[in-house]
Design a protein around this ligand. Structure first.
Ligand code: GDP
Length: 297
């Protein structure tokens, strides 16, 4: 499970301070130091950690905490609130266009989980929100990717729009939109091409597609297991495409959690969903507060 190491360390740090009837500045200092080390070890971005620790220390030695009857618990509350804030504070909901269909572009590097997550998202929209999505296969460079999406569509009993590998992806996306309108789909989920690395051609294609279909959401799918790399990828996709949100995949693996804790701070874009397994129903809305509770026990 994700965050295991981090959770263990933070929880043992916290135990030391929770029961204290009186908390000194020295106690706070020591706690902050241990929290800092635990976060760095979990691969959270250095600058993000620095800012976070500064805020925690300032608040923890403040009157509100020191003069309370249960200062130990108040300190923990501060840590939890700050972690929640770091991951985006409130849960961030998916857009709904007032002129359907709502268009979602799924972008990301190859292997991040883009195609699987497109299927999962369509499934979730239908199951939880009673929507009727159209999946669109725009990765023309890997015929296997189109096949993969079509297979997912069959499993879900959901339509997949594809024009094979000979039509330009921007054209495919535009045609899919027309089709969605004609067939009264209220969501269009476009599975775009991935590459092994961020590259200029891919970004140019995605930018052109963005201009053409005017998406309501551009979700960057990133693999939580890749830690700081995921954060760097998010930064560069965001710079070039101005994404609207992030979907973190593979949070079920033994990821150290750094990506989940850094991405919002670095990109200022919310994590909207989390992939918790390979199955098509294993996509969850991302709740910063619940995640913080999970980490702090
Ligand atoms: P794409 O190249 O970005 O389209 O990636 P795929 O959708 O093909 O996914 C790559 C691999 O990651 C596949 O084996 C997926 O089953 C797996 N995968 C995707 N999301 C998750 C997740 O949340 N948890 C786990 N454990 N595996 C995932």
């Amino acid at each position: 499970m994700a965050f295991e190491g981090l959770a263990e360390r933070l929880q043992s740090t916290i135990k030391k301070i929770t029961g204290k009837g009186k908390v000194s500045e020295q106690d706070v200092k020591e706690m902050a130091r241990e929290v800092r080390l635990a976060l760095l070890e979990a691969d959270v971005n250095y600058k993000v950690v620095k800012d976070l620790i500064k805020r925690i220390r300032e608040r923890a030695v403040g009157q509100e905490v020191m003069e309370s009857l249960t200062p130990g618990q108040q300190v923990i509350k501060v840590v939890k609130e700050e972690l929640t804030e770091l991951m985006g504070g409130e849960q961030s909901k998916i857009a709904v266009s007032d002129r359907p269909p709502t268009v979602i572009m799924m972008v990301g590097l190859q292997g991040a989980g883009k195609t699987t997550t497109s299927g999962k998202l369509a499934n979730l929209l239908r199951k939880k929100h009673n929507r009727s999505p159209l999946l669109v296969a725009c990765d023309i460079y890997r015929p296997a990717a189109i096949k993969q999406l079509e297979t997912l569509g069959k499993q879900l009993d959901m339509p997949v729009f594809s024009l094979g590998t000979d039509t330009n992806p921007v054209e495919i996306a535009a045609k899919a939109l027309e089709k969605a309108k004609a067939d009264h789909h209220d969501y269009v989920i476009i599975d775009t091409a991935g590459r092994l690395h961020v590259d200029g051609d891919l970004m140019a294609e995605l930018t052109e597609m963005k201009e053409k279909v005017q998406p309501d959401e551009i979700f960057l799918v990133v693999d939580a297991m890749t830690g700081q790399d995921a954060v760097n990828v998010a930064e560069s996709f965001n710079e070039q495409l101005d994404i609207t949100g992030v979907i973190l995949t593979k949070l079920d693996g033994d990821t150290r959690g750094g990506a989940a804790l850094s991405i919002k701070a670095v990109t200022d874009k919310p994590i909207k969903f989390a992939g918790m397994g390979e199955k098509l129903d294993q996509l969850e809305a991302f709740h910063p507060e619940r995640m913080a509770s999970r980490i702090l026990g």
